[in-house]
Ligand binder design. Structure first.
Ligand code: GTP
Ligand code: MG
Length: 183
């Protein structure tokens, strides 16, 4: 009798708690393109008064999203390694559900081309190409080449300024909606 009532109580209690889901995302891009600033803004932790320092190794940012009776925790890996290829950072690339490919000029866009193979092989269902620092004069960005890259790898392309917040809210809200739609 007693154990029966405890079981019934437990069932009721478990129904009260929302389900949890963890999604992994990775920010990739050359040094100083703004990965940490983007991660901090996505996590709602951006503070323009804090001096930005180079990332050594890895930073983590977290974005919590609610979807009916589910809490989705997006863990954003902000990695900075000396050399990048598909094997470095292998673990992160293999386990990322979301890829954020960041550049801030044509030179750093070209740096992203070394990820071509791992973008093709990636299990990531959401892939974003981010042109950051649109508040600054961009040196001759060849949009045709960028568009080819976007089409070839089925990327969603956003032009933002993480520092100034230009187009950032729209970018963030679209990402949140995309994540809510994930199965
Ligand atoms: N003008 C401008 N500067 C930006 C923008 N986003 C970031 N920055 C600046 O660019 C510099 C590098 O930004 P971070 O966010 O640290 O870049 P990062 O890619 O994490 O750099 P590493 O960790 O060293 O690879 C900082 O001085 C930022 O304030 C932007 O949208 N516009
Ligand atoms: Mg950084």
């Amino acid at each position: 009798m007693l154990s029966n009532s405890i079981q019934k109580g437990d069932e009721k209690n478990t129904k009260k708690f929302p389900e949890k889901k963890v999604i992994n995302a990775i920010l990739l891009g050359s040094k100083s393109v703004g990965k940490t600033t983007i991660g901090q803004r996505l996590a709602g932790k951006f503070d323009s008064n804090i001096l930005r320092a180079e990332t050594y190794g890895i930073d983590f940012h977290f974005l919590n999203i609610k979807k009916s009776n589910m809490n989705i925790y997006v863990q954003i890996w902000d990695v900075n390694f000396q050399s990048y290829d598909c094997n470095n950072p292998k673990f992160f690339l293999e386990n990322a559900d979301i890829l954020f490919l960041v550049f801030d000029d044509f030179h750093t866009f070209k740096d992203l081309l070394k990820y071509k193979k791992c973008i093709s092989n990636s299990k990531s269902t959401l892939k974003y190409l981010i042109s950051n620092k649109v508040d600054k004069e961009h040196t001759q960005l060849d949009e045709t080449i960028i568009q080819e890259f976007v089409n070839r790898f089925d990327l969603q392309y956003y032009k933002i300024s993480a520092l100034k917040g230009i187009h950032f809210e729209e970018f963030k809200q679209n990402i949140i909606e995309d994540i809510r739609k994930l199965k």
